[in-house]
Structure formats: structure tokens, C-alpha cells
Ligand binder design. Structure first.
Ligand code: GLU
Length: 443
């Protein structure tokens, strides 16, 4: 069964970059009727926080990304230790005693000599006696995975054929001196135990993949398929990594971005549809294909997302927002139709609702004109045609037209320079309030 995993580290809020990774996994698995594993990579006990895990879950739910399976790496230490023991037994995991200082010094020497700063495997040459001596001096080893030093190849479902020679890589440290696992081994052990079939993640992991493929094999497992997507970059081509704090889903939500706007943008950025609101996750999943992602970096431009958000709101039918409006004490399809073209974010409805129910402090620049207008307000009932008849009558009585006619009416009736179409708003304001406002009374 197709199984993917999204594996965030709970060391911060979910940002647009990893939200996109989650989304691509979700769309892929929805399309292929598989399972989505949410795996919390919390092996770094110092930086992982339960509140971040909660926030990540909440933000995924907000996007509509549900998981079928859940795991926390910190609860799987036994499985990780068992995997490590197997690697030790087969000679692929070896103890090293170099201090960080020593390693740094060696690296600097290599760089000075024009050599790549790859771990020299000195620890592999240690005899049992050497090790015993190190330990007698109170030294505790860290453990490295012995790479095969050969060419690792895979057909990446986004990048095509990839080949990485692990002879150019340092044997990765899997276990620290203090016994804690680094990300690599727990990740592979869990991918094996949960029968993950596809690893879809950012292209910053391409090099890790070579070592991980070797780890899968060393643990007797067939490596899953891999797909590495391009990372998001800023509107000006800059890396987003430095601004990620300001690009959390939490902040987008606070800024009034609709979840489906975020989903639409993150699913389509990098394509010509990037600015179009998409109807649903189901529709996106239906047409999803990893091959369509392409290798060009995808942009994340907050201004583009805001525009998309506005477009999405402008297209929402009343039925889609009835409950949300009701929660704010607002009812009426007529109101929604009148104001939705003016919304940048949903919360703007509150202010616009006040234009209807008041109180509005009218702005009267010419009391005589306003009084004439007031005298021409027709009797109710009012509808969409009322505004046209009313303004025609005022034009006839005052000789005004264009902005000279409409602008003072808007200022008097709404107290604002701009706003929703008065043709739609006037019947909602109603005669009593309209009359009062034209007389300069707050209503
Ligand atoms: N916890 C890792 C990260 O956030 C997971 C990477 C992966 O998908 O393997 O980068």
C-alpha cells in the first residue's frame, strides 16, 4: 500500500516551506489511495517542544491535511537501538573517539591542502586494544555509519536519474557521545517499520538520500522511491530560510489567509496556475502528479498569496460562509453579495457590516446638496433599482453628475471615501438610516 510520511521536527512553527512538503505528500497519497504518516522527528530532546508538536498538528488540520498514522520518534528508541545493534554486528557502525576539536583541526588541514573535508576514517583502523585504551581514559565513542564508497543511484520521481558517489561523503555520525541518535538512523528505521513506500521531501535532502539508501540496504530493506521537490524561494529569488519565522502558517492565518488560498498557492506555485484559487483538496489531488512539479525553484510571494486570497473570497457563494457570518452576528445573502468584492480578508466583513447597521458618522460637505438628496429618497420597498432612480432624481434636481454627484452621497451614506457598490448597499441600509445620514445624523 502506498505510504508516505511527513516528518517535521517539533522545534518551531510549521512554515510555508514544510507545509508545502506536507501538502505534496498529502495530494500524492490521496491520488493513490494510500496512507499518510505524520511522524514527529523529536530525537533532539533539547530543541523539541510538545507545544510545537501541537501547533504543527493544528496547522495541518487547518490546511485540511489529515493523517492516517501517527508516530513520535522519541517513543521508538528501542527500535532505533535494535537497528543500531544490527549495524554494529555487521560492521557498518563503528566507534570513533575524536573530539570535535580534533575533527575541526583535521578538517582545516584538509581544506588548507586543497582536499575535500571528508572524514578520514582514522577510527576504522583502531584495533580492539586501541579502543580499550581510549575507553580506559574515559573516552566515550560516537558512532559512524560506514558508507560503501560507491555510486548510489536512484530514479528520483521529480529530478530524474540521480547519482551520488558516497566516496565523496563523510561517514555520517548516527549516534552521539551522549548516546542520542541523530536524525539519520531513526528516520530510516521508522521508514522501514512503517513500510513507507515514497519519500517526498525538499531537495535539501538529496545528499542525505545517498547515505540513507545505503542504510536501508544495510538494514536489509528495499529503499522506498524518492522525490525531491525544489525549495521555495522569495519573490526576489532569495532563500526563504532566513525569514521562515515570519512565514509560519500561524501568521498567515492571523493575517486572514483562507486555508484554501494557502493550499491553492502552495500546490501551484511555480506553475501558470499559481494565482488561481483552486476548488478543493480533492480536485487538486485528482490532477496531481509528481512529474508536474518540475525542477525550477518555486516562488513564495506574500503579495501574490494575498491577491489569491482576495480572489478566493470574491468567488465564495453565500452558502459557503453563512455559518461564519452568523458567528459574527451577520446574516443576509444580499449583504455578502454587496461586500465580497471589497474583501481582502474575511474579517473585513465586520467593518462593512457597520456600514449597514450603523452607527455611521456621515461626512457632509455640502448640507444643501445633502438636504436636496434627502428630499428625493423614494418610499420603500427598496431594491437594486432604487439607487439608479434616486441618483437620477438628485441629478435632475441639482444638475450634478459623475463624481460631483456620487462622491458626496457616498460620504454621507457611509462616512467613507470608498466601499461596496451603493446600488447593493442602499437597500440594506434602508430608508430610516439613509435619511438620517443625509441629514448629517449619526445612524
Ligand atoms: N525531520 C526532518 C526535517 O524536518 C525530516 C526530513 C525527511 O523528510 O526525511 O528535515
Amino acid at each position: 500500500m502506498t505510504t508516505v510520511r511527513f516528518a517535521p521536527s517539533p522545534t518551531g512553527l510549521l512554515h510555508v516551506g514544510n507545509a508545502r512538503t506536507a501538502l505534496l505528500n498529502f495530494l500524492f497519497v490521496k491520488k493513490n489511495a494510500g496512507r499518510f504518516l505524520l511522524r514527529i522527528d523529536d530525537t533532539d530532546a533539547g530543541r523539541s517542544k510538545p507545544e510545537y508538536e501541537e501547533a504543527i498538528k493544528e496547522d495541518l488540520a487547518w490546511l485540511g491535511i489529515a493523517h492516517d498514522l501517527f508516530a513520535r520518534q522519541s517513543e521508538r528508541a528501542d527500535a532505533h537501538r535494535a537497528a543500531a545493534e544490527r549495524l554494529k554486528a555487521s560492521g557498518r557502525l563503528y566507534p570513533c573517539y575524536e573530539s570535535q576539536l580534533e575533527l575541526d583541526r583535521r578538517r582545516q588541514r584538509q581544506i588548507a591542502a586543497g582536499k575535500p573535508p571528508v572524514y578520514d576514517r582514522a577510527a576504522l583502523a583502531l584495533t580492539a586494544d586501541d579502543r580499550a585504551k581510549e575507553e580506559a581514559q574515559g573516552r566515550v565513542p560516537h558512532w559512524r555509519f560506514k558508507l560503501s564508497q560507491s555510486k548510489v543511484k536512484w530514479r528520483d520521481l521529480i529530478r530524474g536519474d540521480v547519482e551520488i558517489d558516497t566516496a565523496h561523503l563523510s561517514d555520517p555520525v548516527l549516534i552521539r557521545e551522549d548516546g542520542r541518535f541523530l536524525y539519520t538512523l531513526p528516520s530510516v528505521a521508522d521508514d522501514i517499520d512503517f513500510a513507507v513506500t515514497h519519500i517526498i521531501r525538499g531537495e535539501d535532502h538529496v545528499t542525505n538520500t545517498a547515505a540513507q539508501i545505503e542504510l536501508f540496504e544495510a538494514l536489509g530493506a528495499t529503499p522506498p522511491a524518492f522525490a525531491h521537490h525544489p525549495l521555495l524561494i522569495g519573490a526576489g529569488g532569495e532563500a526563504l530560510s532566513k525569514r521562515l519565522g515570519s512565514l509560519s502558517l500561524r501568521l498567515l492565518r492571523q493575517d486572514g489567509i483562507e486555508p484554501m488560498a494557502a493550499v491553492s498557492y502552495l500546490a501551484k506555485t511555480g506553475t501558470s496556475d499559481a494565482t488561481a484559487p483552486q476548488p478543493s483538496l480533492d480536485a487538486l489531488a485528482e490532477e496531481f502528479a509528481l512529474e508536474k512539479i518540475g525542477r525550477a525553484p518555486a516562488h513564495f510571494d506574500p503579495a501574490e498569496l494575498s491577491n489569491l486570497n482576495a480572489k478566493l473570497l470574491h468567488g465564495l457563494p453565500y452558502e459557503a460562509v453563512t455559518a461564519r457570518l452568523a458567528a459574527l452576528g451577520i446574516t443576509g445573502a444580499g449583504f455578502w453579495d454587496a461586500v465580497k468584492p471589497n474583501l481582502a480578508r474575511f474579517a473585513d466583513v465586520r467593518e462593512l457590516w457597520l456600514l449597514v447597521v450603523g452607527p455611521v458618522t456621515p461626512v457632509i460637505e455640502d448640507a444643501g446638496f445633502a438636504a436636496t438628496a434627502a428630499a428625493h429618497l423614494p418610499p420603500e420597498p427598496w431594491d437594486d433599482a432604487t439607487w439608479g432612480g434616486f441618483t437620477k432624481a438628485v441629478a435632475g434636481a441639482t444638475g450634478r453628475k459623475g463624481r460631483e454627484l456620487y462622491h458626496p452621497l457616498r460620504l454621507a451614506l457611509t462616512g467613507r471615501e470608498h466601499g461596496p457598490e451603493l446600488k447593493k448597499l442602499l437597500p440594506l441600509i434602508g430608508r430610516t438610516r439613509a435619511l438620517a445620514r443625509l441629514k448629517g445624523e449619526s445612524a
